[in-house]
Design a protein around this ligand. Structure first.
Ligand SMILES: [Zn+2]
Length: 55
């Protein structure tokens, strides 16, 4: 029987990779983006790819 955990594990790994890469990595409220500022930064979160600020 195939493992149902594979997808969950991959998603977790992706998120961990962002954090491990030195990013704040808070997800945008609408989803799809992550804050690419450094961890523990001040002020709003910011996604450099979409150039979007969010709280
Ligand atoms: Zn942030």
């Amino acid at each position: 029987m195939p493992s149902k955990d594979a997808t969950t594990r991959a998603t977790t790994a992706e998120t961990s990779a962002g954090r491990a890469g030195g990013y704040c990595w808070v997800e945008h409220p609408d989803g799809g983006y992550h804050c690419t500022l450094h961890p523990n930064h001040q002020g709003k979160h910011y996604d450099v790819y979409s150039r979007t600020e969010f709280d």
